[in-house]
Design a protein. Structure first.
Length: 167
């Protein structure tokens, strides 16, 4: 006979129910993106997944796969940050599409690859700055911001407090 025990909470939770024991360091950010995925439409979620896939291509470069070079940071260390940035970019692009209809050719990841090579800090140590810088880089190409965006005009308010990406 099997005895069933009611489960009151999942065994693994991204948010601890109790504060960490004294002497233990608490991670500066939860393991899931903050409030981005909750506000995205289905089309925006699909676009965000495509953006994360484009970001992820950075780690599949031949020189990294063959061991000839090491990436500046590990993908698994920043995956939740990539999700968060992709959600912000998808939302921003959806708003731009509503304002200006018509065909748009976009580099899915913008200048993110160049940004990944030039990050001057450990992304896990400065997660908010990394997300802000990555969103800025994604909304730029080699000549600056795309689709009429500027740092002071039409960027999401969450980005205006951050520093621009060092590109």
């Amino acid at each position: 006979m099997v005895r069933r025990v009611p489960v009151t909470s999942p065994p693994f939770s991204a948010v601890p129910s109790q504060p960490p024991p004294k002497g233990k360091a608490q991670s500066p950010r939860p393991s899931a993106p903050r409030n981005v995925g909750e506000s995205l439409t289905l089309a925006e979620r699909k676009a965000a997944r495509a953006i994360v896939a484009a970001y992820s291509d950075f780690w599949t470069q031949l020189r990294f796969r063959k061991g000839w070079a090491e990436p500046p940071f590990k993908k698994q260390d920043v995956l939740c940050l990539l999700d968060e940035a992709a959600g912000i970019v998808a939302k921003t692009r959806a708003e731009l599409d509503k304002e200006e209809e018509g065909f748009k050719m976009r580099m899915v990841d913008g200048s993110a690859r160049e940004f990944f090579h030039s990050v001057p800090y450990a992304p896990q140590d400065y997660p908010d700055r990394f997300v802000t810088d990555l969103v800025h880089a994604t909304l730029q190409d080699g000549r600056g911001y795309v689709e009429g965006l500027t740092k002071s005009r039409r960027l999401p308010s969450v980005l205006l407090t951050g520093t621009p990406a060092p590109i």
